[in-house]
Design a protein around this ligand. Structure first.
Ligand code: BG6
Length: 290
């Protein structure tokens, strides 16, 4: 159990507070002239980012669990060391990192007013060390540094599974992937090539491979464009559960799907990679309102 009193040494008077958030889970809240933000130690999970003068950019489900052993629905789930269903029976989807309680290792206010929050997770199976850095400023920058601390190579699949808040997903255009090959994964994987503009008019689960491109999310309803850039990432996933799938998910409100779109910086399935003993990999995403 994390000791909230001990975490108070990371508070920054006037801009960073640490308290028991939803479900009593430890939460770091940032409020500066640049933005408002939140990150939970459970999963190293960013649950809010709202740059000054704009509506929230990060979406959260009102039905999310906030409990040990459960993932948070919305925000930026950290998926590691596998993406999607586990190969091994009985293991959860999207890896172990989003279920774990991370340690807060630093909070620093930078010269331009950005607040950088760093969390660490050491795993024994697989032997590894993860460092998640979330920089809350005019932009939101999240990086995941993963190191293999064991003696055998690790097969890694991963994602920074960002849930973006949008006015109406049916009026959104995702651009920046034109010509990139990928798969429609809603039923059987069907190969496809991304068009100039991707729109959402049904359950959408698109995985694009071998692309490092940034995408823009043009949101007609809210009259704004978000940009999602990434690094150390070969896959981009675009996901919206639509009506039937959201109704099946207990931690996702039945009528919430029009308000979100996931754009994920990933290394998924065929873009997974081997992490040699002692080696590290950095996965990053940068989100901004244009
Ligand atoms: C996406 C996957 O990344 O995450 C979807 O492409 C999946 O297939 C979605 O349904 C949500 O996953 P979960 O495990 O958080 O419900």
């Amino acid at each position: 159990m994390t000791d909230l009193a001990a975490l108070q040494r990371f508070a920054v008077p006037g801009s960073v507070t640490i308290d028991a958030g939803c479900g009593g889970l430890p939460r770091v809240s940032i409020s500066t002239p640049l933005c408002r933000g939140e990150i939970y130690l459970h999963g190293a999970h960013v649950t809010a980012w709202q740059p000054a003068g704009h509506a929230p950019v990060i979406w959260m489900s009102t039905q999310s669990w906030f409990a040990a052993g459960k993932p948070i629905r919305g925000g930026i789930p950290v998926c590691w060391p596998w993406f999607g269903p586990a190969a091994e029976a009985g293991k959860p989807a999207h890896g172990l990192a989003r279920f774990a309680d991370w340690d807060l290792t630093s909070v620093a206010a930078e010269a331009d007013g950005t607040v950088a929050v760093v969390l660490r997770l050491a795993l024994t199976a697989p032997a590894s060390e993860l460092i998640l850095t979330a920089r809350f400023g005019r932009r939101l920058e999240v990086t995941l540094d993963a190191r293999n601390t064991g003696t055998t190579a690790l097969a890694i699949g991963e994602a920074l599974h960002t849930y973006l808040a949008v006015g109406d997903v049916r009026r959104v255009q995702v651009r920046g992937l034109a010509g990139v090959a990928g798969f429609d994964r809603v039923a059987q994987p069907i190969a496809l090539t991304a068009p100039e503009s991707i729109t959402v008019a049904a359950e959408t689960d698109l995985l694009f491979n071998a692309t490092e491109s940034a995408v823009t999310v043009q949101d007609a309803a809210w009259n704004r464009t978000l940009r999602v850039a990434k690094s150390g990432s070969r896959s981009t996933v675009v996901w919206n559960p639509w009506i039937a799938k959201s109704a099946k998910m207990p931690d996702f409100g039945d009528h919430e799907w029009p308000g979100m779109l996931c754009v994920e910086a990933a290394n998924a399935l065929t873009d997974g990679y081997q992490l040699a003993p002692g080696a590290s990999h950095r996965l990053g995403t940068v989100i901004e309102v244009m």
